[in-house]
Design a protein around this ligand. Sequence first.
Ligand code: KIV
Length: 290
Amino acid sequence: MSTFTIDSGTSRATPSPVPGKRVTVPAIRARKNGGSTTEPLVMLTAYTMRMAQLLDPHCDILLVGDSLGQVIYGLPSTLPVTLDMMCAHGAAVVRGSFHSLVVVDMPFGSYESSPEQAFASASRVMAETGCSAVKLEGGVAMAGSIAFLGARGIPVMGHVGLTPQAVNALGGYGARGKSQAEHAKILDDAKAVAQAGAFACVVEGVLEPLADAATASLDIPVIGIGASAKCDGQVLVTEDMLGLFERTPRFVKRYADLATEIGEAAAAYASEVRGRNFPTVEQTYQPKGA
Ligand code: KIV
């Protein structure tokens, strides 16, 4: 059932808020109980107010991912994404939603050097966006910062496996955990994130048995992307699953073909404009009595 209504009396950008309805961090954490999750968590990325409005009724979590670097800004990777970008898009997504938990990604370079740096950046993100939690990449190396933030009121979602901010160190975006050593390291990373107090953890781009092992051994929800159907939840980049790009990675399923639909709509508009068939009398303002 949709809990979302648009207040058309004011502005299409202003949804009627329903105070107290937003999913909370403890509620997400509690979805995994006794090591299992009855109903998998639904998470999608959102970067804009309107997309947040459309996705909000269907999701448990909206992730303002730093994937916006590529998807919105046409950047070659997530590395150039800034705190300013994350704050602007995070605030838009919070404004466009009132049901889903909104999690905002910490961009590359804004948290890795120390727990104090992580707190300064994360507290800015929380204050400027109104989001409920942040996500950061890294396992054992980030455990201290995750605990530091948690102890200061900032809930953290972890992210291990294929961590796109480490693309240069990893050598590409291929699936991780193929060797025994890498399998063990990623599992250790996931456990460290959970032990440090993260309320959930994204496991990205790993062999399915590794995703299953992480899901079985962590007491917090494991949210998979390119991972396993047995994870406690799933996340995709919304533009990927809507078919807005020609090329989609293997782990993406396209639930729509919006690139084709947008192309057809733009072509129809262009043809009508060039043929002077748009606007018609229906879209123009006529003098009274005409
Ligand atoms: O930035 C992002 O969109 C992400 C998801 C792919 C998990 O981190």
